[in-house]
Design a protein around this ligand. Structure first.
Ligand code: NAP
Length: 248
């Protein structure tokens, strides 16, 4: 049976690195993106160059119609999903709570929490033996911020990732008897574009040396853990949240 993986937010950063590693490991990949079609196509080209099938699908994970269309397109063009990486997420300009707008809080919750719920729902509907599916594996994207709390700028982001930890634990139990394993990764400071969106230049360079291992991480180092959790090698892991944070 072919191995089929859908990754949300796969045009850049950790999602793109995971889509590429999946292709190296023999997966066909559905590459979701929000705005950067060219970057998504470059990831799909890499997958195809490895001899695997790839499609790109634009869609905002916070929009229910987009999410339903994303999964239906993957069904029609690739076939039944065996693995899902619930990765897409955003930060916002870093501000203390006193200056935080309602719009900023709501956007974070809509994309990082509601979007993750909607996407996982579509994956469960396809994978669960209760719905006639063959089972499967889901990895949710949390953050070390869920443990650290994000004081002085990222309270809303950290709280949204705390919700992902709770969601991972509960969903794993809910579908554990239906052939689906649900785990999460909690990365620390990883070298991607996301830090620029906080309006703090040089964030990775500044924080990297403060990590116990003395450096920031590469997206590929997170991808390795994600693909392990999705693989049969992690066959007895569910409800687990793995820190990929250099000790942070
Ligand atoms: P990134 O390089 O900024 O990439 C973000 C990806 O998400 C892009 O592919 C983007 O698509 C997509 N995206 C953004 N909003 C979306 C939406 N509403 N619907 C669908 N896709 C959307 O970020 P990253 O660092 O790889 O982050 C990926 C995940 O890791 C996030 O959930 C983030 O919170 C988490 N994380 C990152 C770090 C870190 O240090 N980098 C640490 C802990 C956790 P476009 O390219 O089309 O814009």
């Amino acid at each position: 049976m072919s191995k089929i993986l859908l990754v949300t937010g796969a045009s850049r950063g950790i999602g793109a690195a995971t889509a590429r590693l999946a292709a190296d490991q023999g997966y066909d990949v559905c590459v979701n993106y929000a705005r950067k079609a060219d970057e998504a196509e470059a990831v799909a080209d890499y997958v195809r160059a490895k001899g695997q099938r790839a499609i790109t699908v634009q869609g905002d994970v916070s929009q229910e119609d987009d999410v339903v269309r994303l999964f239906q397109t993957a069904d029609a063009e690739l076939g039944r999903l065996s693995a899902f990486f619930n990765n897409a997420g955003v930060v916002d300009i870093a501000t203390r709570l006193e200056d935080m707008s309602r719009e900023s809080v709501e956007r974070m919750m809509a994309i990082n929490i509601t979007g993750s719920f909607l996407c996982a729902r579509e994956a469960v509907r396809r994978m669960s033996t209760k719905h006639g599916g063959p089972g499967g594996a889901i990895v949710n994207m949390s953050s070390a911020a869920a443990r650290l709390g994000g004081p002085n700028g990222l309270l809303h982001y950290a709280a949204s990732k705390g919700a992902i930890d709770t969601f991972t634990r509960g969903l794993a139990e809910e579908v554990g008897g239906e052939g689906i394993r649900v785990n999460a990764v909690r990365p620390g400071i990883i070298e991607t574009d996301i830090h620029d969106d906080m309006g703090q230049t040089g964030r990775v360079e500044k924080l990297g040396p403060t990590v116990p291992m003395g450096r920031s991480g590469a997206p590929e180092e997170v991808a390795e853990v994600v693909m392990w959790l999705l693989s049969d090698s992690a066959s007895y892991c569910t409800g687990t949240i793995v820190d990929v944070s250099g000790g942070r």
